[in-house]
Ligand binder design. Structure first.
Ligand SMILES: C[S@@+](CC[C@H](N)C(=O)[O-])C[C@H]1O[C@@H](n2cnc3c(N)ncnc32)[C@H](O)[C@@H]1O
Length: 466
């Protein structure tokens, strides 16, 4: 059955055949009914996984694998397999380890990870997953076909026992690296399980409505006309009931909305920029929060980011949304290079961080970050706070924000900043869904439907006369 499955891009099915097959496959739900392209998708997913483990983020890793034979459905299946395997990588790796005596070559091991992920978490028929994974392995190394077959069949014989054994380790149980589990547990003794579980869930597709272009009523009516189902969270926020291609939603090109997590949507209202104020977004790209600031007030905004390439996305987003700002590429900590000496009334510092609060959207982040990255990032965050503090007007406010749940980047960072700056005062803020004890920390996943957001941290700081 496997010998006639074409795996080499040069001898796979034609793009048309692939497309027809893919149409039979509701890939968005993870169900792949057509077996021929699946082996190729599994192999490409395995290649992308190895690239992630070598230090590339998932987008880059997926973009680098050869998808010349793939149509849109196969491409989304590829992304599903890569992100799904990474989401459950602790248990998946733990299971495969149990069935291999000598470590196989990396690509073969990675194909097995993909197959085990599918067997445990996708709706694809298990015989299809196994036969295609075996075919994918055979195309890499003909001699490894029997081995791959044996590993997957052995796992299938007692999947619960294999999962239970994989869960003997923190990594296997929580699907986060062991150091990460330890830290979250120490930082949030009350909430650590909720945080880790939230990090393994899938984030909803949340939209922020642009009041300069439309209203919630108009947007909801346009979506209803197209039978697109959504939940309304507030005047400004709706959540799609199912994942969709954003560009095809009504009003996208017209700038009616942006995709933005509900937790991230708190930044602009908390910053409270008013008409005529001078505002700095110091780490602005790709411009989600900066755009929101401009949608809410006629302020004069400088959108700064160190990454000129990412700044292009700021420009694209602003032009789609009909917004204007001064967009600059510079290192925010080098204030002499970009600051004209006129103090800002408001500063948003959405600092570079581990991203530990957004792993439900970026599961690659769990396996890319090292514990040692944290100290480096914390130093950079402190430097940015200190330098940017100099550019803030007396009476002005800085909103410090991360998409992290680690205290070193959040509460501890702010406590230390308050000790360094006699003219810094923390203003108490109330966040929806913020457990009273956590002080500015949103938990990923939240505990209610209306609080289904990523794990953000916010601290609002005012410059007082010292
Ligand atoms: C969390 S992201 C910002 C997301 C953005 N605020 C939004 O809402 O779309 C952090 C950004 O910080 C930028 N960055 C990192 N170091 C920087 C520095 N020294 N100066 C300015 N920007 C920096 C990164 O390029 C990245 O775009």
């Amino acid at each position: 059955m496997t010998s006639n499955v074409a795996l080499n891009p040069s001898d796979t099915a034609s793009p048309n055949q692939l497309s027809k097959r893919a149409k039979k496959s509701p890939l968005s739900t993870g169900v792949l009914t057509d077996s021929a392209p699946l082996a190729l998708v599994q192999r490409r997913a395995a290649e992308a996984l190895l690239a992630v483990l070598a230090g590339n983020n998932a987008d880059t890793a997926i973009a680098r694998v050869d998808t010349s034979q793939f149509d849109g459905a196969s491409r989304s299946a590829l992304a599903d397999l890569v992100l799904g395997t990474l989401r459950f990588f602790g248990e998946t790796r733990g299971i495969v380890r149990q069935f291999v005596r000598a470590k196989p070559e990396p690509l073969i091991e990675a194909i097995l990870w993909v197959a085990v992920y599918q067997l445990a978490h996708s709706k694809t028929a298990s015989h299809v997953v196994v036969s295609q994974a075996v075919a994918a392995v055979e195309a890499v190394n003909r001699g490894a076909k029997g081995f791959a077959n044996a590993v997957l069949r052995n796992y299938q014989r007692a999947p619960e026992a294999a999962l239970a054994k994989a869960r003997d380790t923190d990594e296997g149980e929580w699907n986060h690296p062991a150091w990460w589990v330890k830290r979250v547990r120490a930082d949030h003794p009350e909430w650590w399980e909720l945080i880790l579980r939230g990090g393994n869930a899938q984030g909803p597709l949340t939209l922020r409505i642009n009041p300069r272009k439309t209203t919630q009523e108009k947007l909801v009516a346009a979506f209803e006309r197209k039978e697109i189902e959504l939940d309304v969270l507030s005047d400004a926020t709706v959540v799609m009931k199912r994942a969709r291609s954003v560009q095809r939603l009504p009003g996208f090109a017209e700038g009616w909305f942006s995709v933005q997590d509900a937790g991230a949507q708190l930044a602009a209202p908390l910053l409270g920029a008013k008409t005529g104020m001078r505002v700095l977004d110091a780490c602005a790209a790709p411009g989600g929060k900066a755009a929101h600031i401009l949608e809410l007030s006629d302020c004069s905004l400088v959108a700064l980011d160190i990454d000129a390439l990412r700044n292009q996305r700021v420009s694209e987003n602003f032009s789609r949304l009909g917004l204007t700002a001064e967009i600059r590429a510079a290192d925010a900590s080098q204030i002499k290079e970009w600051w004209d000496g006129k103090p800002f009334d408001r500063i948003l510092l959405d600092a570079p961080c581990t991203g530990s609060g957004v792993v439900r959207r970026h599961p690659d982040g769990k396996w890319l970050k090292r514990e040692t990255d944290m100290a480096q990032l914390a130093n950079l965050q402190a430097l940015l706070i200190d330098r940017l503090w100099q550019t803030l007007a007396v009476g002005g406010r800085m909103l410090y924000c991360t998409c992290s749940v680690f205290k070193q980047e959040n509460a501890a960072q702010i406590d230390a900043a308050l000790l360094r700056h006699a003219n810094m005062r923390r203003i108490r803020i109330n966040l929806p869904g913020d457990p009273a004890s956590s002080g500015g920390q949103l938990l990923p996943g939240g505990n209610k439907k209306t609080h289904n957001h990523d794990g953000y941290f916010y601290a609002l700081l005012e410059k007082i006369v010292s």
